[in-house]
Design a protein around this ligand. Sequence first.
Ligand code: MG
Ligand code: ZN
Length: 355
Amino acid sequence: MKNLIVLALLISIHLTGYSQKKKYPKNIILMVGDGMGVAQVYAGLTANHGKLNLERCTAVGFHKNQATDDFVTDSAAGATAFACGQKTYNGAIGVDASGKSIPTILELAELNGLATGLVATCSITHATPACFISHQPSRSLNENIALDFLKTDVDVFIGGGRKFFTKRSDGLNLADSLKARGYQIANSITEVQQVTSGKLAAFLADEQQAKFSAGRGDELVKSTVATLQLLSSNKKGMFLMIEGSQIDWGGHGNDTKYIVDEMIDFDNAIGKVLDFANEDGKTLVIITADHETGGFSIIDGDFKTGMVEGKFTTGSHTGIMIPVFAYGPGAEEFSGIYENSDIFHKMMAAFQFKK
Ligand code: MG
Ligand code: ZN
């Protein structure tokens, strides 16, 4: 009898342990290094003397990123797949292949009462951030995309693109409209750092921010820290997308130093996010890219000196698989090989959102 009770106890402890095994995050932070293939990651790692914060991730997978109309995706079709869970045509912003608007993970997070944010080192209306909040047939419609920022109650956004809000062909001043909706407006990183609570719309450039090495400096790291502080006050959780936008531009320019500088800057932001996730314990971090840019490869390097010798096969994007790195509760779901659109479905499952 005594043995039976002990056995029953052991089984119940085992079953309880089993049912608690699957952990769900409260927060999801998706980080997109635009144009960041394996060679871009490894160039940054080599230049950084053999190490990156990215290496702290515990799960690694790959996504297949073909667009519906082209083997090689652009950032718009790529980000729409992440944001909405459907593949679409190149240039599409939050719409499916037939042009129909599809809800984004940021909009669904907002509907579920979570705090939401977008941070980028390019115009906030540029393809990658736009796909999380806007629905437009073409990525070139910057002024329409800016108007869409007033349709979703996003809590924080930080990027360039001020002119699409304030110097518009229709004469509207959307910065005033944002203010009327309760947003604090910041026009520099110093002003961003002065905001300690509430909603924030920050414009760090009239159109695109400078390169890291041409004056932008550590604005991405500072923006990341400020956004984490603002969004983490929501007890229900957050969805935040952070983009290292200009790794792609280094690839287009076949410029190894540009890639390396932007990669290390992005990795410094990754470090801040992983520190936050580590301390918080309820944050899932997913780090990936939309596509590779430049057909970049490394033909020589030196961890000691940080020297990287790169070589390029194109000035455009390429169609190869892209790595996905994950950390935190549910990270293991991101290992394996799957479609770029599955990242949305995996995030939906992690948030336990109903479709
Ligand atoms: Mg982008
Ligand atoms: Zn590009």
